[in-house]
Design a protein around this ligand. Structure first.
Ligand code: RIB
Length: 312
């Protein structure tokens, strides 16, 4: 790992064991679909982001999470530790969080989360922030805890990134502490109440840095008043689960490592694209070397020009 161990990222959030079934399509309400064999993967938005940050390199990664005292906790713990994430675990008498995911043949998914132990996390569970440069949060843990963590980080001079997923309206007290907000279009609509006008929705969010992920259309960012746009890297999508989490983790790793916003967006987009090419959540997150390889390939294509350009 290329890393500056003096700059650490702390992720506080959820960890789930994902129960995944592939089917021709995601069932509509009231519909039953016969799928393939079930598989389990370590997941949870917080844990996926922590793992993506650690695999990206650039910063040491720590995570606050809650797990039950049960068999579902072990694969999650193992996956995070193997990636080098330093864990602060609150043990709960509630079951480890679980997610039930249907992935369609086109790679899209529908997810239902049973939060379990994630719901036991409290504002005062946040570990000491010494040496932490970024705190990365999501919304799969209680909102009052997320707000308390953001407030504590703000007071300590630690930058706060919030991935407002799953979609939820946010209290002003939380947004006031956020330096960087990362949302997809649906989450942005839930936040602003503006569903059909992307520019108006972007303008309505009062945070210093905003990134809106747009799936196959890449992402756009408003960073301290400057607008940036990053195209998506074209890949064959097998499973989009954790693509957004990979984007967030890789982005914060790059920013914590000192990358400029445009370079961090490009790196995060490459990592996210690679995550779509493999099944599962944490199992799909690419390493630093894999992201480097994709970036180099893309650079070579730009230098060489379009392969199908007619000879003159
Ligand atoms: O973002 C993907 C994640 O959402 C899954 O791993 C699942 O656990 C849910 O939290």
């Amino acid at each position: 790992m290329t890393g500056n161990k003096h700059l650490s990222v702390l992720v506080a959030g959820s960890a789930n064991l994902d129960f995944v079934v592939r089917a021709s399509h995601v069932p509509a309400p009231g519909e039953t679909v016969l799928g393939h064999d079930m598989a389990t993967y370590p997941g949870g938005k917080g844990a996926n982001q922590a793992l993506a940050c650690a695999r990206a390199g650039g910063a040491a990664t720590r995570m606050l999470l809650a797990l039950g005292d049960d068999a579902h906790a072990e694969p999650i713990e193992q996956s995070l530790r193997a990636a080098g994430v330093d864990l602060s675990i609150r043990r709960s008498d509630r079951a480890t969080g679980t997610a039930f995911i249907c992935v369609s043949d086109s790679g899209e998914n529908a997810i239902t989360v049973a939060p379990g132990a994630n719901a036991a996390l409290r504002g005062d569970d946040l570990p000491a922030l010494d040496g932490v440069s970024w705190l990365l949060l999501q919304l799969e843990t209680p909102l009052d805890a997320v707000q308390a963590w953001a407030q504590r980080a703000r007071a300590a001079g630690v930058k706060v990134a919030l991935n407002a997923a799953p979609a939820h309206a946010l209290p002003a007290g939380l947004l006031d502490c956020v330096d960087l907000l990362i949302v997809n279009e649906g989450e942005l609509a839930a936040l602003t109440g503006i569903a059909d006008d992307l520019d108006a929705a972007v303008a309505a969010v009062q945070v210093p840095q905003l990134i809106v992920t747009l799936g196959a259309n890449g992402c756009l960012a408003r960073i301290d008043g400057q607008r940036l746009r990053q195209d998506a890297f074209a890949v064959e999508a097998v499973d989009t689960t954790a693509a957004g989490d990979t984007f967030c983790g890789a982005l914060i790793a790059a920013l914590a490592g000192g990358a400029a916003p445009a370079a961090a967006l490009r790196r995060a987009s490459a990592a996210s694209a690679l995550a779509c090419t493999r099944p599962g959540a944490q199992t799909s997150v690419p390493t630093h070397a894999e992201v480097e390889a994709l970036l180099h390939t893309a650079d070579r294509r730009v230098v060489a020009g379009p392969a199908s350009a007619p000879a003159t």
